[in-house]
Design a protein around this ligand. Structure first.
Ligand SMILES: [Mg+2]
Length: 384
């Protein structure tokens, strides 16, 4: 098997696409998908794909640097065996420590190729059976009216939970959240402040929303990432599950979170942690009673499905936030793993990821996700 799994070729290329609308959060915005595709080809002709998602306004990584790093890595991988994925992963984690999304793309391509070679779905690297994952859908920053229209559209397509981005303006955030909650009263509401609030203000917003009978399910990263005491204060006092996101940079932060009781949940993002470490972090959280979210950056169906394989295999993920393929206007990926109502069902995947870039000539799966039906398109029709 070793000869068949030798990496014959590897290459990196730009992966760009238009969005339906800018993806605006408190720390910045994505106006288009500007990622990097990484591809390896094994000696037996099997191809594996990975996606690097640099989020300049969050991690400081750039598309240009990520492309250059992956082009350099591609040369070093040629001639190695994909079976040595753990060793390669460790080397990339060290060599690309300031460009983690690049290391993630290498891991994804290796696991995709290897699982295709073994004729098994990728989730089997993490667990025997795939859990069904139902993603929430994000309502990005905007007006209360836009939030309400998006909320209705999201509920209409069958997605069961909302994730509302907050910007720190308490009256606007209150009005937007209330508008969404009223648009679909039975759907749980998750808030993602992206570090926009001081602890006292966050708790004030939660109190007001509770008074208005809004059913809050989760609050993600309410306070600045370095304010661990503030994070713990909100977690202990607000009466809603609090999830750490930007505060988590690696395993040491997961250990800190568990030991100090700083939050009830952790957002595991493969773009930051990769798959091997991400799975280890997730298992450590589960065994210590910490709830899990699987999340991502601005990623196409390729990267989000790779994260879905991790979450579906490891299990224990209470919150699924893998919705950015719905924000991408261009149809750049093929595969039938994500339904229009936001359900990732990996039981249909025979081998590998189950998603392939469109320009690789794979026949389109019947019923494949088209990536063009989106709440914001309805908002545009309503001239918002
Ligand atoms: Mg977040």
């Amino acid at each position: 098997m070793k000869n068949e799994t030798l990496i014959k070729k590897a290459r990196a290329s730009l992966l760009n696409a238009r969005l339906n609308q800018p993806f605006k959060i408190a720390t910045g915005a994505h106006n288009s998908l500007e990622n990097v595709l990484f591809e390896i080809e094994l000696a037996d002709g099997t191809r594996g794909f990975g996606e690097a998602a640099p989020a300049s306004h969050i991690t400081g990584e750039t598309q240009k640097k990520t492309l250059a790093n992956l082009q350099g890595t591609a040369k070093m991988l040629e001639g190695l065996s994909a079976c040595d994925y753990l060793e390669i992963s460790r080397a990339c984690a060290t060599g690309l420590s300031d460009n983690r999304c690049a290391a993630t793309a290498v891991e994804a391509a290796l696991l995709d190729a290897l699982s295709k070679h073994l004729k098994m779905p990728m989730y089997k690297f993490f667990g025997p059976k795939p859990r069904i994952l139902a993603t929430d859908m994000t309502i990005v920053l905007g007006t209360a009216e836009e939030a309400e229209i998006c909320g209705r559209a999201i509920a209409k397509r069958g997605i069961k939970s909302f994730k509302i981005k907050l910007n720190g303006d308490i009256s606007l955030d209150f009005a937007r959240t209330l508008a969404v909650a009223e648009s679909a009263p039975r759907n749980p509401v998750r808030l993602d402040a992206n570090q926009a609030y001081p602890p006292a203000k966050m708790m004030e917003l939660v109190r007001e929303l509770k008074k208005a009978k809004v059913q809050l399910e989760l609050i993600e990263q309410p306070v600045p990432k370095d304010d661990w005491e503030g994070l713990r204060e909100v977690s202990r006092k607000c009466g809603v599950c609090v999830c750490a996101d930007e505060a988590l940079a690696g395993m040491e932060d997961i250990v800190r979170l568990i030991k100090g009781g700083y939050a009830q949940a952790a957002n595991i993002k493969t773009a930051k942690f990769g798959f091997i470490l991400g799975a280890e972090m997730a298992r450590l959280c589960v065994s210590n009673g910490i709830k899990l979210m699987i999340g991502g950056m601005m990623e196409s169906l390729l990267a989000m499905t790779a994260s879905a394989h991790l979450a579906a295999g490891v299990g224990g993920f209470d919150f699924v936030d893998l919705d950015t393929p719905f924000f991408i206007k261009d149809n750049i990926m093929r595969g039938g793993v994500l339904s229009n109502s936001g359900v990732y069902d990996l039981s249909k995947v025979k081998s590998g990821l189950g998603v392939t870039p469109c320009n690789y000539g794979i026949k389109k799966t019947p019923g494949a996700f088209a990536g063009t039906v989106h709440g914001v398109q309805m908002a545009k029709k309503s001239r918002i």
